[in-house]
Design a protein around this ligand. Structure first.
Ligand SMILES: Cc1cc2nc3c(=O)[nH]c(=O)nc-3n(C[C@H](O)[C@H](O)[C@H](O)COP(=O)(O)OP(=O)(O)OC[C@H]3O[C@@H](n4cnc5c(N)ncnc54)[C@H](O)[C@@H]3O)c2cc1C
Length: 504
């Protein structure tokens, strides 16, 4: 291959993740990578919860938890607790756990019970009884098992996004990534429409062969310069703004994200070692920024506090092509599906990985561009459907926001069939396999969501079941999970051991 210049516009989390992954993957190739960012524009400054995928990212770069977690005030995440999304008795909250190997023992009981309960048989159908991650989060434990407990446990993280950006910038420099602090005010194109160079505010040209657009919601290169269209998800995801207010960390550091339903949306509560990140994601169609800020302040006990709130606008949807001409969009510039399941950085990682594979497999040409675009578009749609389901099956009646969400029939055919399968008592795992969407959200996640909202026949209709229906002893499952849980430390103690080890 001839030598190539890759120019990444944007030094937010997406830009630095892309720079590191490409630099590491192509360390032995004649590829020069430059990140251009504008310190006067800055980054979005949110995005502080991850999925388990993020561990793979850090492992790939060879960055240990002992190095990066203390540097980013990071904590562990066993999953997400959803509070107040359902009004069904007994289902006021549920936990969406990250998977763990011991679930192989307990998950079949949950699948069985949730299936039987949909047939109006009175068995335990709440997901919180069946998963190790749920138990660890309940007890504020870390997901790091003792040496004597040799089972794979998946977990995610919470971190300070600004500190993560700084750490990734330092790592990128070690991989010989170049860095330019400049504001791009213009773009020069070749006659065939490809991007030739970025032009800075002082007229300097930054030329390249491939341009990675990590410029955030404004999507300066892909959407603005190349005119690629945007498919909005506003007809089934109403939220388009957020207000963010930090609070002090408590003595107990939770090992979960909390997602609390509010009048016009929901709020996240993300524990870091030094603070809790809180944000209210809401729909401007139903409430204004002042109302949202007041509701969040009231919930946090900060009505009289002068702690500053930060307001953010969100553009929810995806671009019509993630790779066009010689430009690939990564991060907020390619789309965003609101932060409910903290999937954005996961998609960044998948996009970079897909680009690396597609580009390399086609001998560093755009031969696999359509493949990349198809894969990303399908991923966005599948993740959107899982998020939309959270709103569609809510049973709140306190505001028009929730009523309109529950009555919203702008559903994809895939989601419609998934919901139909559940309410008609058929096998949901089979349906997910039939649709080939299990790769995006596994069957356990769909079961936890629908069972967690209590989408079952009403309590009064339930009948007692026979021995076959009651084949799983809930006491045995609980005892198994409790004893597994003995192999994990308190979350705060686990995090403090990083600091203790550094000072040894
Ligand atoms: C409310 C909210 C909550 C979120 N929560 C989560 C979460 O919990 N988990 C998760 O995974 N994701 C979350 N996200 C998404 C996450 O924040 C982003 O995916 C992530 O931060 C990556 O952003 P980015 O790098 O694409 O954009 P940005 O952070 O906006 O970075 C854009 C970069 O482009 C540069 N730039 C822009 N214009 C120019 C120019 N003209 N010249 C030079 N440089 C320029 C900027 O300086 C900056 O460096 C959330 C998003 C929102 C809005």
């Amino acid at each position: 291959m001839k030598s190539q210049k890759i120019v990444i516009l944007g030094g937010g989390t997406a830009g630095w993740m892309a720079a590191n992954m490409m630099a590491k993957s192509w360390a032995d190739k004649a590829i020069e990578i430059t990140v251009v960012e504008s310190s006067s524009i800055g980054t979005i400054g949110v995005g502080e919860g991850s999925t388990p995928q993020f561990k793979g990212f850090m492992d790939y770069l060879g960055i240990s938890e002992a190095e990066w977690m203390p540097a980013c005030n990071a904590t562990y995440k066993n999953g997400i607790r959803f509070i107040g999304w359902s009004t069904k008795p007994g289902f006021s909250s549920y936990f969406h756990p990250f998977p763990a190997q011991p679930d192989d023992y307990s998950a079949p009981a949950f699948f069985h019970n949730s299936f039987v309960r949909r047939k109006a048989i009175d068995v335990e159908g709440h997901p919180d009884h069946f998963f190790l991650a749920t138990h660890l989060a309940d007890l504020n434990k870390s997901p790091i098992a003792a040496e004597s407990f040799p089972f794979e446990i998946n977990y995610g993280y919470h971190f300070d996004s600004a500190l993560l950006g700084q750490l990734l910038a330092r790592k990128a420099a070690e991989f010989n990534v170049k860095h330019i602090d400049a504001t791009i005010t213009d773009v020069r194109k070749h006659l065939d429409g490809d991007i030739a160079a970025l032009i800075t505010s002082d007229g300097t040209e930054i030329a390249g062969d491939i341009f990675i657009d990590c410029s955030g919601f404004k999507s300066l290169l892909l959407q603005h310069t190349l005119g690629v269209g945007f498919e909005s998800f506003e007809s089934n995801l109403f939220n388009d703004a957020a207000v963010v207010i930090p609070t002090k960390q408590l003595d107990t550091i939770r090992s979960e994200t909390q997602s609390v339903a509010r009048q016009f949306g929901w709020s996240w509560h993300i524990p870091l070692t030094n603070r809790i990140g809180n944000g209210y994601v809401y729909s401007q169609r139903y409430c204004n920024a002042d109302q949202a800020e007041t509701e969040l302040r009231a919930a946090l006990g900060l009505l009289d506090s002068d702690v500053e709130a930060r307001h953010i606008k969100m553009k929810v949807g995806q671009v019509k092509a993630h790779w066009s001409k010689n430009c690939i969009a990564i991060g907020l510039s390619q789309g965003f599906i609101e932060p409910l399941e903290a999937t954005a950085l996961h998609i960044v990682q998948e996009t970079v990985q897909s680009f690396i594979e597609c580009y390399q497999d086609a001998d560093f040409t755009d031969g696999n561009r359509d493949k990349h675009n198809r894969a990303l578009s399908e991923r966005y749609q599948a993740i959107r459907d899982y998020i939309v389901a959270h709103y569609r099956v809510n049973s709140r009646t306190d505001t028009n926001y929730w009523l309109d969400n529950a009555n919203n029939n702008n559903l994809s055919r895939s989601l419609y069939q998934i919901l139909q399968t559940w309410v008609s008592g058929n096998n949901l795992s089979d349906e997910l396999v039939r649709q080939n969407v299990e790769q995006y959200y596994p069957s356990v996640s769909w079961h936890c969501l629908l069972a967690g909202y209590g989408i079952y026949p009403e309590q009064a209709q339930l009948k007692s079941g026979n021995a076959l229906a009651n084949q799983h002893s809930i006491e045995k499952v609980n005892d198994f999970i409790r004893r597994c849980g003995l192999n994990f430390k308190d979350h705060r103690m686990e995090l403090e051991s990083f600091v203790a080890n550094v000072h040894k």
